[in-house]
Design a protein around this ligand. Structure first.
Ligand SMILES: Nc1ncnc2c1ncn2[C@@H]1O[C@H](COP(=O)(O)OP(=O)(O)OP(=O)(O)O)[C@@H](O)[C@H]1O
Ligand SMILES: [Mg+2]
Length: 314
């Protein structure tokens, strides 16, 4: 991993950046293309699902639109949740071909599995909203006590954009919600409701070992979920050292070079809710007016140059 100060000098050469994305028109993809060009690099957007992998003895390769993908210096994966498994295989294929990837497949997989991510974060000393899981009706009451009693949060493991995040104020509500989700074959988490965060959360974007931008999202009145898709409003913030350190450590624990870390502001300090491995940054660029795409690509380029310098020297 490149670290400031220990970076070997490498001759600046124009690089080829590949962006794995299902849609070149998505804001974050478009901005990464623009930033790569502005920094003087060649850039290709590869539709992840059209990357055909060929596995053969000692020579992993990848074909796109009928042609073998030529030398690529660094890959920026933007893997949506719906294609996680194929996407991870493509990221791994590049890795096998010796191409640096930002982020690697193992880290993306850890972040995607919300429960696994919370297990790791809490195990390594980060605070999270107390979280519990169970599978049987008659054990629910006990588990609700473990997360601090009522009201409590119920979350679908697969949820996104606030869909599948609910608050239950009575045991009947908890039972009703769980029965419904279990009948639909969905796994759920029970979570402590962090009331003092008052419908607010923080999003920190970690690139390498620093927070490059952060915003606070505030839910609309009467709503506890601060998702922009549910009417939440975002404002740029400068994080305190405690919050910055928590965000950077969360990214490290999951193994992500680039991560969108979501935190609740609790009485006891930051509680990490989630770590996103392909964070969109439209809202963050708008709120902070920072050129996040550039910082993202600069980091990818730094990784590629570091890898090349190490290979050259060994
Ligand atoms: N334990 C909690 N206590 C208080 N508020 C919470 C808690 N968990 C979630 N929230 C609120 O609900 C919002 C949505 O929750 P969360 O981010 O876990 O789900 P999501 O946005 O649907 O998933 P994803 O972030 O993966 O898209 C949070 O941004 C936060 O405002
Ligand atoms: Mg969220």
């Amino acid at each position: 991993m490149p670290r400031n100060g220990s970076r070997p000098a490498a001759k600046a050469r124009r690089l080829t950046v590949a962006i794995l994305s299902r849609n070149p028109r998505l804001h974050s993809t478009r901005r990464l293309v623009e930033a790569s060009r502005a920094l003087g690099h060649r850039v290709r957007v590869l539709d992840t699902l059209h990357c055909n992998m060929v596995l053969a003895r000692a020579r992993p390769s990848l074909f796109y639109q009928g042609e073998e993908v030529g030398p690529v210096d660094v890959v920026i994966p933007r893997i949506g949740a719906s294609i996680t498994s194929y996407g991870l295989a493509v990221v791994n294929q590049f890795d096998m071909m010796g191409v640096p990837v930002l982020n690697d497949a193992l880290a993306i997989a850890r972040a995607r599995d919300k429960l696994r991510a919370l297990q790791l974060l809490s195990r390594y000393g980060l605070d999270i909203p107390r979280t519990a899981m169970c599978r049987f009706r008659d054990e629910v009451a006990q588990v609700v006590e473990h997360v601090g009693g009522l009201p409590c949060i119920i979350k679908l493991i697969q949820g996104t954009q606030g869909v599948g995040v609910m608050i239950a104020s009575t045991m009947d509500e908890v039972q009703g919600m769980l029965d419904t989700f279990w009948d639909l074959g969905q796994e759920i988490l029970l979570q402590e409701f962090v009331a003092e965060s008052k419908g607010r959360d923080l999003r920190a974007l970690v690139i390498g070992d620093r927070v490059v931008a952060a915003m606070r999202r505030q839910a609309r009145t009467g709503e506890f979920r601060s998702n922009i898709h549910r009417g939440g409003k975002a404002r740029a913030v400068t994080l305190t050292r405690e919050y910055t350190e928590a965000a950077v450590k969360a990214a490290r624990v999951i193994g992500l070079e680039v991560a969108g870390v979501d935190m609740l502001e609790s009485r006891g300090g930051p509680k990490i809710m989630e770590v996103n491995s392909s964070p969109g940054f439209e809202g963050l660029e708008r709120a902070t007016k920072k050129d996040i795409a550039r910082l993202y690509v600069e980091h990818a380029v730094e990784m590629a140059r570091f890898r090349q310098a190490v290979q050259f020297n060994s």
